[in-house]
Design a protein around this ligand. Structure first.
Ligand code: NAD
Length: 285
């Protein structure tokens, strides 16, 4: 009686585990490099990829935070300092991933900054424009270039980038930031067309506002002295979708889909994760 109970339970358990591992292993054996991975969306995605069987190299300009994040994510996470606006750093990060794991399956160009540019084009300091472009656009191009030099000989790979709803709709953010994200969406389409003959897919994700250090800092500029919790609530209150808010995990789920074979025929796509915000027409009556 006890034995049959144990056998039944162990069968149930092994069936359950089988179900779990097939769900958990969507990136089993894959090697990923994620930029801007010390925090926010990059960190959440690194964690998601690892829990789905990948080994992840985290690249970020914030060395101390990056090391701490890698430690927190466990043995399948490794950190390398990298400023994406410096091509040699990006190249080194790709070579580091290669030296550790011998291949690169997923490159996620996620690092990006906001900017404190004035609302009017007449007051724009083009030095700030250049700084944002160097990180948000040049950094993405460098990531695609150096991932491609590994993925082309492999004849496979999935490249992801973080764009933004501000690249889809005008007037949501300062022009410089919006322009940088429009550029990311454009690069993705162009690179998807160039790299398809090598079996490499290129896609981007356009998140809606999520409270991360990036967006909280940006909000602080508009509402100086406001507490972090209040700013977080203000960001969540922007949500158009009743009963739901945009969280880093929503972007990590989108990245998991695009990185995995579930999206094997999806390339050149901008996956907008915005709870319908960009479809939402506000009527003034
Ligand atoms: P975050 O501040 O939590 O993370 C950004 C990370 O990028 C940080 O760890 C930072 O150190 C790193 N970084 C900054 N400059 C870098 C550089 N030159 N080289 C390497 N790393 C650098 O912010 P997040 O919200 O997770 O931002 C990630 C991406 O998401 C950005 O591209 C951002 O534009 C985009 N995004 C964010 C939101 C949002 O509301 N949070 C919305 C749409 C798009």
């Amino acid at each position: 009686m006890i034995r049959s109970h144990l056998v039944r339970n162990s069968l149930t358990l092994s069936f359950f585990n089988r179900g779990l591992s097939s769900h958990a292993g969507r990136l089993e054996g894959k090697i990923a490099l994620i930029t801007g991975a010390a925090s926010g969306i990059g960190k959440a995605t690194a964690s998601k990829f690892i829990s789905n069987g990948a080994k992840v190299v985290l690249a970020d300009v914030e060395e101390e935070l990056g090391q701490a994040t890698a430690k927190q994510l466990g043995p399948n996470a490794t950190f390398i300092p990298c400023d994406v606006s410096n091509e040699a750093n990006v190249s080194d990060a790709v070579d580091f991933a290669l030296s550790l794991h011998r291949r690169l399956d997923i490159m996620y160009n996620n690092a990006g900054i906001a900017c404190n540019t004035p609302p009017s084009i007449l007051d724009l300091d083009l030095a700030i424009f250049d700084k944002v472009m160097n990180i948000n656009v040049r950094g993405v191009v460098a990531g695609i270039k150096h991932a491609s030099r590994v993925m082309i000989p492999q004849q496979s790979g999935s490249i992801l980038c973080t764009a933004s709803v501000t690249g889809v709709m005008g007037g949501l953010a300062q022009h410089t930031y919006s322009v940088s994200k429009v550029a990311v969406i454009g690069i993705v389409k162009s690179m998807a067309s160039e790299l398809c003959k090598y079996g490499i897919r290129v896609n981007c994700i356009s998140p809606f506002a999520i409270p991360t250090p990036f967006s909280i800092n940006e909000m602080c500029r508009f509402f100086p002295g406001t507490e972090k919790e209040k700013l977080e609530k203000m960001i969540f209150d922007l949500s158009a979708l009743e009963g739901a808010v945009c969280e880093t995990n929503d972007i990590a789920n989108a990245a998991l889909y695009l990185a995995s074979d579930d999206a094997k025929y999806v390339s050149g796509h901008n996956l907008v994760v915005d709870g319908s915000f960009t479809c939402f027409k506000r009527l003034n009556f």
